[in-house]
Write a protein that binds this ligand. Structure first.
Ligand code: HAM
Length: 430
């Protein structure tokens, strides 16, 4: 009988990771944790749900994220305005302030997990996606800025990724940006006659965006527009030069991209992105920068900080192009059995094998034939099948069938091993 319940499907832009895909996630997460630990980073976990005003204040009212991409709702139970985090940084900073983490020292921290943005889904762009978020809280740089970038170059190397390049810019400080903005608006005013309708509309609210135009008639005007870099004061320039010097020390090449402004308002000084051409339109694998004003903006005592986030889906897509999918075997040993006494004995033996560190599946389900069980054993990727039936129990032994030989060793295809030495034998040979 079929149920009348209309099947539920996953939400648009939100993906399931199925058992065959799970190993790539776990391998990457394990590699990333080791890589982060090698630079002294420790994990910090903050809630997925936060008060909406944390993000509007932290990320900025007039950003795409806050204006149109947040999953926000009113918690009807206590009438609170809440938002599913669209990024980690604001929450990490909230927790840093709330627990007074910076009172006596700086912290290197990271988090991994889901974030939510209501964007138009396409390859590499989802509504629930996952980030590796890394924050160096309380460090003024430029040494730490360079360390973060060098650290990312190491991760790409560990993962065997080569087609990934670094784009770098400095956003200076707020007063420098304000002076540049005024000059930019003046430049746009001067060329008002060639601005299209959209540019005219935006020139006062978001003049930087006007420069991103694809309109050929406006290209020359955009290319000749005043550059933020020319408005940077001595200190900002020295900071940027400090980062660049250290990148050169480390042999890391970069492209200066004056148009790199990032989509969140909290940045100052160093900003960067790692980009690849292998992922189609969504080629930014990692983005980050310095945010020296955010802690104070969110009510804490002023302290410098810098961080970045990597999109895990994009990174996995890139890794699979280089290394192929990794499908991990379900187990080392698959227990095949016939009859209830053998099934019960198999369950106990499996526990003993697990005590010895092996991964074991005991065939489950009513009365499958040996043939069906072997088929399942083979599909599981197990190295060896252990067979228990009435004959084996009567002689206190098990039959062993090697499904995949251990590397470099030749095993007899099938053999008999006494039950009391089974654990030791398999422990040594699987
Ligand atoms: P973000 O540039 O907004 O920065 O996101 C970082 C990365 O998340 C992107 O480079 C991309 O790989 C991935 N990503 C962004 N949106 C999507 C999406 N819709 N689907 C799949 N992947 C996506 C931040 O979030 C900042 N909080 C980074 C940071 C940390 N800055 C300082 N500290």
């Amino acid at each position: 009988m079929t149920s009348s319940f209309k099947k539920v499907r996953a939400l648009t832009g939100m993906k399931d990771v199925l058992p065959d895909g799970g190993a790539s996630w776990e391998n990457l997460e394990a590699t990333v944790r080791e890589w982060l630990a090698s630079y002294g980073y420790r994990t910090m976990r903050t809630p997925v749900l936060e008060q909406t005003r944390l993000f509007t204040r932290g990320i900025g009212e007039v950003t795409d994220i806050v204006e149109k991409e947040m999953y926000s709702f009113t918690d009807a139970l206590n009438d609170e305005q809440l938002t599913m985090r669209p990024e980690f940084t604001a929450g990490m900073v909230r927790a840093t302030i709330e627990h007074n983490l910076l009172y006596d020292r700086a912290h290197r921290v990271y988090a991994m997990g889901p974030v939510f943005r209501h964007e138009k889904p396409q390859r590499g762009r989802y509504r629930q996606f996952h980030q590796i978020d890394v924050e160096a809280l309380g460090f003024a740089g430029p040494d730490i800025d360079a360390e973060l970038i060098v650290m990312l170059a190491r991760l790409w190397k560990i993962l065997g990724l080569t087609d990934i390049r670094l784009e770098l810019n400095s956003l200076g400080q707020a007063d420098e940006r304000a002076a540049h903005r005024a000059a930019l608006i003046e430049h746009l005013e001067k060329h008002r006659s060639i601005l299209d309708e959209e540019a005219q509309r935006r020139m006062h609210t978001n003049p930087l965006r006007v420069l991103d135009t694809k309109n050929p008639a406006m290209q020359e005007m955009a290319n000749n527009a005043p550059k933020l870099f020319d408005f940077l004061g001595e200190q900002s320039r020295a900071h940027f030069e400090g980062v660049c010097e250290r990148l050169r020390d480390a042999g890391i090449s970069y492209t200066l991209n004056p148009r790199l402004v990032r989509g969140l308002d909290y940045y100052n000084l160093t900003v960067f992105e790692w980009v690849t051409d292998r992922l189609g339109a969504q080629g930014t694998v990692c983005g980050g920068g310095r945010y020296d004003g955010l802690i104070e903006l969110l009510g804490g005592k002023s302290a410098p900080a810098i961080g970045f986030a990597i999109g895990i889906e994009r990174l996995l897509d890139l890794c699979s192009q280089v290394a192929g999918e990794t499908v991990r075997p379900e187990c080392d040993v698959y227990m095949v059995h016939q009859g209830e006494p053998a099934q019960r004995r198999a369950a106990l033996l499996a526990e003993a094998l697990r005590d010895a560190g092996l991964r074991v599946i005991v065939h489950a389900g009513p009365g499958s034939s040996f043939k069906a069980q072997f088929k399942r054993a083979d599909a599981s990727g197990a190295r060896v099948a252990v067979i228990l039936g009435d004959d084996e129990l009567a002689s206190a032994s098990a039959s062993i069938k090697w499904l995949r030989e251990p590397a470099g060793e030749e095993q007899p295809q099938q053999e008999t091993i006494r039950l009391d030495s089974l654990v030791t034998e398999l422990k040594n040979r699987v």
